[in-house]
Design a protein around this ligand. Structure first.
Ligand SMILES: [Zn+2]
Ligand SMILES: [Zn+2]
Length: 354
């Protein structure tokens, strides 16, 4: 079969590799679509730089097939897998991007998304990803059925959407909240849709692109602000009786969005960080303590949010045709990576294996 194989930074190659065999208690899946994520791009540009320090161990390996946001059809599975996941051959399925060990401190406490070995599809040799014609789901995977009626690229969007919904859950949004979402890429748009579904007073979207802000409106944003030409602060103050936003969801990956959020929040507000940053971010940390006593929360992956993300995509309430801007053949993966790197012409770029 055809597969993209990572040989190191900026060295991904299309290769002919053997079709894997389904593991015991797992499944063989024919990949229908795989999205390219900002994190894929970071690995492509030299993961060691970003993951290779003492705090963030080097978890991206070479000789790995990338791709962690995907959908496909079940080709083969045994009775154990059939029973566990409730899926049959021919079903359209997705699998959570993390394959938990179910044995570490986090897994045994129900915090599987923080699993210590942290086997994510497409970053480790033990869990090859979806940039290939076929992939396998190990027995430890969390697998869900998705409507076969959806376009494959739309079904693969369940992964980034689950991540965005997890960030929204972290925020603990209340009905009277004014929620500000920074960034209207795939994660930010999902945050907007998720925040709107919680029915707060207002959802305000920030970005530097008018096209992306128009899409934010279609995802339910009540108000959009282009921060390249308009200061969002007086607007947010106006909406909140001068106090500031209750919740700030950060999904830009741009360092400037962090002080922006600290500034826009009211005292005792909630800051949720989902981005992975290329560079360190410097802020006046005392805003968090002395000034505002903020709750600053991280968010990672999309635990317990997959069923909701699937319902949301299947419901047709999101402008999926406009979110999934590009579908390229797998062989054109290099063009796909460049589109994501450029960031101005695309929202979600997907690869379609043969
Ligand atoms: Zn992703
Ligand atoms: Zn674990």
């Amino acid at each position: 079969m055809q597969a993209v194989v990572c040989h190191g930074p900026r060295d991904y190659r299309l290769e002919e590799v053997p079709v894997p065999s389904p593991p015991q208690g797992g499944a063989l899946v024919r990949v229908e679509a795989v999205g390219i994520c900002a994190s894929d791009l970071k690995c492509y540009h030299g993961a060691a730089k970003f993951w290779g320090d003492a705090i963030r161990p080097a978890w991206a390996e070479t000789r790995v097939i990338p791709g962690h946001e995907f959908t496909g059809r079940v080709v083969a599975l045994d009775d154990a897998a059939r029973e566990k996941w409730g899926v049959e051959p021919g079903d359209r399925v997705v699998s959570e991007q993390i394959v938990p060990c179910w044995q570490c401190r986090y897994c045994t406490r129900g915090q599987y998304w923080m699993c210590a070995p942290h086997d994510l599809y497409g970053f480790k040799r033990r869990t090859p990803g979806a940039m290939a014609s076929y992939m396998t789901f190990p027995p430890e995977a969390r697998v869900y059925r998705v409507s076969g009626e959806l376009s494959p690229a739309h079904a693969a969007f369940v992964e980034p959407l689950s991540c965005a919904l997890h960030a929204v859950e972290r925020a603990g949004i209340r009905f009277d909240d004014v929620v500000v979402v920074a960034g209207c890429g795939p994660i930010g748009l999902g945050m907007i849709a998720g925040a709107v579904a919680k029915f707060p007073a207002r959802v305000v979207a920030l970005d530097v692109s008018d096209a992306k802000l128009a899409l934010a409106e279609k995802c339910g944003a009540d108000l959009t602000v282009n921060v390249s030409n308009t200061d969002p602060e007086p607007i947010v103050r106006d909406l909140t009786g001068g106090y500031g936003a209750d919740v700030y969801l950060e999904g830009t990956g741009h360092p400037s969005a962090v002080p922006q959020g600290l500034n826009l929040l009211r005292k005792l507000g909630t800051f949720v960080e989902y981005s992975v940053f290329k560079d360190d971010v410097t802020v006046d940390w005392s805003i968090i303590s002395d000034d505002k006593e903020l709750d600053v929360l991280g968010a990672h992956l999309g635990p317990e949010c997959w069923p909701a993300a699937i319902r949301m995509v299947e419901s047709g309430r999101l402008p999926m045709n406009e979110i999934c801007t590009h579908q390229l053949p797998l062989a054109d993966f290099q063009d796909g990576l460049e589109l994501v790197a450029d960031g101005t012409q695309s929202i979600k770029v997907s690869l379609i294996p043969e």
